[in-house]
Design a protein around this ligand. Structure first.
Ligand code: TMP
Length: 210
């Protein structure tokens, strides 16, 4: 696959959307074809699953949540991500598999080994070349999301401890895979965060022909 795959991760209010669109603009200005997508979501079916997982008002057990998210991901990979990478496009994805380790693993308490098994049957080995973990203290993220004034989903309405476990699970994954997952200090200004991101993406551009 000749394209490049970058995922953005982080808790609520980390500024992923702003940074995704800034990076997309820069890459397009350099003549790259960019696919901007998100998880759960990115295809018609996966977007339907997203609305169940984020807004289902009845009970949704944690195993069903995990399987639905990976079903959405399998469809997204097969319909959008893999074809784009085969065409040589750049895929920028708002969250990917690391989010399942953070939210379903860390947050909901599903054992890591189980998430790994589901990953193995769902993702055809597709993994990002680079994952940008926009990290900031949980409280600061919550304050920012409240400031945005959007309605909350099944994850945003979780308590502080859940969100702290999610952050910790992301940081643990980063220490396990420090070359792929890079921490971005998301407490800084939009411009400073963008500069941190661009420094890392420039390395990927330099290695594009590898
Ligand atoms: P967001 O894209 O607006 O951040 O919302 C997606 C929500 O879905 C977010 O709260 C995290 C959650 N999520 C999971 O729980 N597991 C996953 O694997 C993914 C991709 C997202």
């Amino acid at each position: 696959m000749t394209g490049k795959f970058i995922s953005f991760e982080g808790g609520d209010g980390a500024g992923k959307s702003t940074q995704l669109s800034l990076l997309s603009g820069d890459l397009e200005a350099l003549g790259r074809r960019v696919i901007l997508t998100r998880e759960p979501g990115g295809t018609r079916l996966s977007e339907q699953i997203r609305s169940w997982v984020l807004h289902e008002s009845g009970a949704l057990c944690k195993q069903a949540e995990l399987l639905l998210i990976f079903a959405a991901r399998a469809q997204h990979i097969s319909e959008v991500i893999r074809p784009a990478l085969l065409r040589g496009d750049w895929v920028l994805c708002d969250r990917f598999t690391d989010a399942s380790y953070a939210y379903q693993g860390g947050g909901r308490g599903i054992p890591v080994g189980l998430v790994q098994q589901i990953e193995a049957v769902s993702t055809e080995g597709v993994r990002p070349d680079l994952t940008l973990l926009l990290d900031l203290p949980v409280i600061q993220g919550i304050e920012r999301s409240v400031g945005r004034g959007q309605g909350s989903d099944r994850f945003e309405e979780q308590d502080l401890e859940f969100k702290q476990r999610v952050r910790q699970a992301y940081l643990d994954r980063q220490s396990d895979e420090p070359d792929r997952i890079r921490i971005i200090n998301a407490t800084k200004s939009v411009e400073s965060v963008h500069t941190q991101i661009w420094d890392l993406v420039s390395n990927l551009i330099d290695r594009e022909d590898d």
